[in-house]
Design a protein around this ligand. Structure first.
Ligand SMILES: Cc1cc2nc3c(=O)[nH]c(=O)nc-3n(C[C@H](O)[C@H](O)[C@H](O)COP(=O)(O)OP(=O)(O)OC[C@H]3O[C@@H](n4cnc5c(N)ncnc54)[C@H](O)[C@@H]3O)c2cc1C
Length: 501
């Protein structure tokens, strides 16, 4: 895809979207789908903000039932169905087990009632109905779980996704439909004429060159950066977003093939231990954050909290410091409300300032399609293309060939092809075709993983990756695994250098 900054100066766009997280990406995608002339600017890499730091669940949010947010849960469950259908290569059903102990604040009957209500709210979109589990069955399904005090539990089904790639595929879909998109392009201020915002002063962060973009409407989808960008705005409250920090750690190995939802003892929250890329994703925390969103980081006390709570339920599991392969911190761009962070609503709000800027705040990853749809209604009076049943992304669709046939055709191990299909959906052929002209690209990038060289070339040429982190962390996800030799990063670095980056 083309990241040509020069072209931004040449157009009067229908809409400029600031921020390339999931909300900005989806708004750009849906705007382009509806025939608008779109510009999208992201100051770092696409999804480098909150949208690659989530728990990676497309879910109704069982715990929001406690806050009586039935409307939000129902809406999210409906969107879950849309996502499962729209992007099956990136969103998959995942079973969850809730073990309940005699010391838990929420008794077993209450959990059963909650999950029953969750299924009821899913209505026809339920993936698989929940079932009650006895303590013995839980111990069989989750080897190593503490038996003492275990009363029983529940199994229910939600969905897991690849957050960074789902965001990227919305960007790629937008570009395919004619949007002009650029990462590493930061908006520093807005151009105002007669009290109206008519454009933005931006800078190419790779060359440090300034440029201007003009548009009829401007949408700020900058998540946790909202308060910074709107500080000169009249007509809106001064700090409408309340950023709260959430961290995750990734521990070596899986405790179980299902996800486990655990109630904390310290503050009666819930957190997850989720199977993810062969390891365990553990999180999250929820604490107010008043610092610079560019510098959010994982603190030792966050890690200690998660390890202590996980070890309470898995006393013999090795969740110790030396087993942590990676950790990451993100900020929820919640709407400002009083109360404990975990109690703040996850609903989204769209506000327009006096100068005409449209701000998107709050929301969940799960509801991104709905958020984009609500913004589109402010951008155009025309009837919208119907995405309520399906909003396909770049790799969506069904493959005509099976993995064995592709393996035969390209002379590549079908196991590797399977992995590529799970990542790229129907675009798998784009990667495989690179190996036709350059068979050397079939080679693995390193002995630690099954990623092949063609994927790095594709990340740079088509997916606009510009740094080692863009490729390793958000295109290929190998940044979350350990590589003993460092060969992965060296190979990526030399591919970037060869491409002139
Ligand atoms: C720990 C954690 C776990 C979560 N888990 C889940 C979950 O499992 N399921 C779920 O549904 N939701 C989850 N969420 C919520 C979800 O991740 C967020 O609601 C969503 O990612 C927010 O997307 P966004 O596009 O608004 O923000 P972001 O992804 O932060 O995107 C905003 C972008 O704007 C860019 N930007 C900022 N300033 C400028 C500028 N001046 N110029 C250009 N670009 C700029 C930033 O670089 C950033 O990339 C979780 C959130 C957190 C923090």
């Amino acid at each position: 895809m083309n990241r040509d900054i020069q072209r931004f100066k040449q157009y009067q766009y229908d809409v400029l979207i600031v921020g390339g997280g999931i909300n900005g990406a989806a708004i750009a995608h849906m705007s382009a789908l509806n025939g608008l002339k779109v510009a999208l600017l992201e100051k770092g890499d696409f999804a480098s903000g909150t949208s690659s730091k989530s728990t990676k669940l497309i879910h109704g949010g069982l715990r929001y039932l406690e806050n009586l947010e039935l409307g939000l849960v129902r809406e999210s469950l409906r969107e879950r169905a849309v996502q499962l259908k729209s992007a099956p290569h990136l969103v998959h059903p995942l079973k969850f087990i809730i073990p309940v102990y005699d010391s838990d604040k929420r008794p077993l009957w209450m959990m059963k009632l909650g999950v029953g209500l969750y299924d009821l709210l899913s209505g026809k979109y339920v993936i698989e109905r929940h079932r009650a589990l006895g303590a013995d069955e839980i111990c069989r399904l989750i080897p190593g779980i503490k038996r003492q005090g275990l009363l029983g539990g529940i199994m229910y089904t939600d969905a897991q996704m690849n957050d960074a790639r789902l965001c990227l595929e919305n960007v790629l879909s937008a570009a395919e439909k004619g949007a002009h998109v650029a990462n590493y392009a930061k908006v520093n201020s807005f151009i105002r004429e007669d009290g109206k915002t008519v454009g933005a002063h931006a800078r190419d962060e790779l060359t440090q060159k300034p440029f201007e973009v003009r548009a009829r409407k401007i949408v700020c989808a900058v998540g946790p950066w909202t308060n910074l960008l709107m500080k000169d705005e009249r007509g809106l409250s001064p700090s409408p977003v309340r950023p709260t920090k959430g961290i995750h750690i990734i521990c070596k190995g899986r405790v179980c093939e299902h996800a486990v939802l655990i109630s904390t003892q310290k503050d009666q929250r819930v957190f997850f231990i989720i199977p993810w890329m062969g390891n365990s994703l553990i999180g999250t925390t929820d604490t107010d954050f008043a610092g610079d969103p560019d510098h959010v980081k994982v603190e030792q006390e966050d890690i200690d909290y998660l390890i202590a709570e996980a070890k309470r339920v898995f006393p013999d599991a090795n969740f110790n410091q030396d087993q942590i392969m990676a950790s990451f911190a993100g900020l929820r761009p919640l709407i400002s409300e009083p109360g404990a962070p975990a109690r703040v609503s996850r609903k989204h709000v769209i506000k327009q300032s006096y100068s005409g800027l449209i701000y998107v705040m709050g929301g969940k990853y799960t509801t991104y399609r709905k958020i984009a749809e609500d913004v589109l209604r402010r951008l155009t009076d025309q009837p919208l293309v119907n995405t309520r049943e399906s909003f396909p992304v770049y790799g969506s669709g069904s493959l005509r060939e099976d993995v064995n046939a592709l393996g035969q055709e390209y002379q590549i191990d079908p196991v590797i092809i399977r992995g590529l299909v799970d990542f790229y959906g129907i675009r798998v052929r784009d990667i495989l075709n690179l190996t036709k002209t350059q068979p050397a690209l079939k080679a693995p990038i390193c002995s630690c993983c099954s990623v092949i060289l063609a994927q790095i070339v594709y990340a740079i040429e088509t997916e606009m990756a510009r740094t080692v982190d863009d490729v390793a962390t958000r295109r290929l996800l190998i940044g979350y695994q350990s590589c003993a030799t460092g060969e992965c990063r060296r190979t990526i670095r030399s591919a970037l250098a060869k491409a002139g980056h």
